[in-house]
Write a protein that binds this ligand. Structure first.
Ligand code: DGL
Length: 277
C-alpha cells in the first residue's frame, strides 16, 4: 500500500445529521469502531429535516458534505434518515470519498430477518413519504409487506427528554395502533431519535415484534465499507488531534448537553460554524 493510502486510514469519518439525532449513530460507531476518529456535524439551525422538501434537504446535505470534505474526512455517514432518503443517491456521484446512509443497512436486516414478511416502518413525514424503506426492503425481499407510519411528534418529545413520560406513551400508543391489526413481526425505527424510545415502543408492541435500529446496522456497514476501501483505522496513527470533533450550526451548548447525556464519552466542546457561507 502506498504511504498516501496508508495515511488516509488515519483520517476521520465525517458524520452528519439535522441535529442531535445522529448522535445515536455516532454512538454506535464509537462502540463498534472505537479506533475511528469522527468529525460530526449537527445542523441545529435548520432542524427539522423531516418536514422539508427533497430539494431543500439535498441543498443542505451538499453544503454539509462540502464542509466535511474541508475537514479531509475519509468517508461520510449520512446519519439522518430523511437526508439518506432524499439526498444520498443524488450526491454520491459528486463525491470522491465513500458514503453510506442509514436506510439501506436497516432495510436489509429487516428484510432478511422478518419471519412472516410483514414489516412496519416509522419515521419522519419525508422518509415515509419517499417510500425509500419499501423500495430498499423489496430489493432484498420482494414479497414483504411494508407498512409505513410517520411519527412527527416523537422528535420534539425526545429532544425534550421525555423518553418514558406518560404523554410520550400516549402519543406512541396512538401512532402504533395501526400496527396491531397489521400483524407486523418487525418494526424499523427509521428516524435517528426513535432508538431512544426503544423501551417505550417495546412496552407497547411487546416482545414478539423485533425492533430494528438502523444505527447498529449502519456501524456494521461502515466497517465493511472501510475495510473494502482499506481505510479501517488500526489506531497506530498517533495524531494529536482530538479523537472526536463536533460542529453545529446553532445552539452549541444545548447540543453539548444532549450529547453528554447519550454518548459513551464526555464532549468538551461543540464548535459553531456558519454552514451557508
Ligand atoms: N434526523 C431526522 C431523521 O432521521 C429526524 C429529525 C428531523 O426531522 O430533522 O429523519
Amino acid at each position: 500500500m502506498s504511504q498516501l493510502l496508508e495515511d488516509r486510514k488515519y483520517a476521520p469519518v465525517g458524520i452528519f445529521d439535522s441535529g442531535v439525532g445522529g448522535l445515536t449513530v455516532a454512538r454506535e460507531i464509537m462502540r463498534q469502531l472505537p479506533k475511528e476518529r469522527i468529525v460530526y456535524f449537527g445542523d441545529t439551525a435548520r432542524v427539522p429535516y423531516g418536514s422539508k422538501s427533497r430539494e431543500t434537504i439535498t441543498r443542505y446535505s451538499r453544503q454539509i458534505i462540502h464542509f466535511l470534505q474541508s475537514k479531509e474526512v475519509k468517508a461520510i455517514v449520512v446519519a439522518c434518515n430523511t437526508a439518506s432518503a432524499f439526498a444520498l443517491e443524488q450526491l454520491r456521484p459528486e463525491l470522491s470519498v465513500p458514503i453510506i446512509g442509514v436506510v439501506k443497512p436497516g432495510a436489509k436486516v429487516a428484510a432478511e430477518t422478518t419471519r412472516n414478511g410483514r414489516i412496519g416502518v416509522i419515521g419522519t413525514e419525508g422518509t415515509i413519504g419517499s417510500q425509500i424503506y419499501t423500495t430498499m426492503i423489496h430489493q432484498h425481499n420482494p414479497k414483504a409487506v411494508v407498512i409505513g407510519k410517520p411519527c412527527p411528534l416523537f422528535v420534539p418529545l425526545v429532544e425534550e427528554g421525555w423518553l418514558k413520560d406518560p404523554i410520550t406513551v400516549e402519543v406512541a400508543q396512538r401512532y402504533l395502533a395501526s400496527f396491531r391489526e397489521s400483524e407486523i413481526d418487525t418494526l424499523i425505527m427509521g428516524c435517528t431519535h426513535y432508538p431512544l424510545l426503544r423501551s417505550t415502543l417495546r412496552g407497547i408492541l411487546g416482545e414478539q415484534v423485533n425492533l430494528v435500529n438502523p444505527a447498529y446496522e449502519t456501524a456494521q456497514g461502515l466497517k465493511a465499507l472501510l475495510m473494502q476501501h482499506r481505510l479501517l483505522d488500526d489506531g497506530n496513527g498517533g495524531s494529536e488531534a482530538p479523537r472526536y470533533q463536533f460542529y453545529v450550526s446553532d445552539a452549541a451548548e444545548k447540543f453539548k448537553h444532549f450529547a453528554n447525556s447519550i454518548l459513551p464519552c464526555e464532549i468538551e466542546e461543540a464548535q459553531l460554524i456558519h454552514i451557508e457561507e
